[in-house]
Design a protein. Structure first.
Length: 106
């Protein structure tokens, strides 16, 4: 049971970090690229908002939901919160994890 709990947390962490890496890749994008709007403030970590949520399956075949919220922070930065939750029932797996970071927008 400890291994299942740890495995679930590791999967959620990997999925959350993958989304953070994706969003970080947009930080130096030009306006003409069409990627910069993906860092527009919006979204929610508690409800699904178009463009700020997705459902995916981990490499181990388990379903998860990711929701993210982007808000304006200090000059030229965005605060990003990502919530990853399992979409399967397992009493040993945490109900979700939340990651939070700041990224600079050029």
């Amino acid at each position: 049971r400890y291994q299942r709990g740890t495995s679930g947390r590791e999967e959620m962490l990997a999925l959350g970090e993958a989304k953070l890496d994706e969003l970080r890749s947009y930080q130096a994008a030009t306006l003409a690229s069409g990627l910069r709007p993906k860092l527009a403030p919006g979204g929610s970590t508690t409800s699904s908002v178009d463009g700020y949520a997705d459902s995916l399956t981990s490499p181990q075949g388990k379903p998860y939901r990711r929701r993210w919220e982007i808000s304006t922070s200090v000059i030229r930065t965005r605060e990003i919160q990502i919530r990853v939750e399992p979409r399967y029932a397992d009493g040993y797996v945490a109900p979700g994890i939340t990651l939070r970071t700041l990224i600079q927008v050029h």
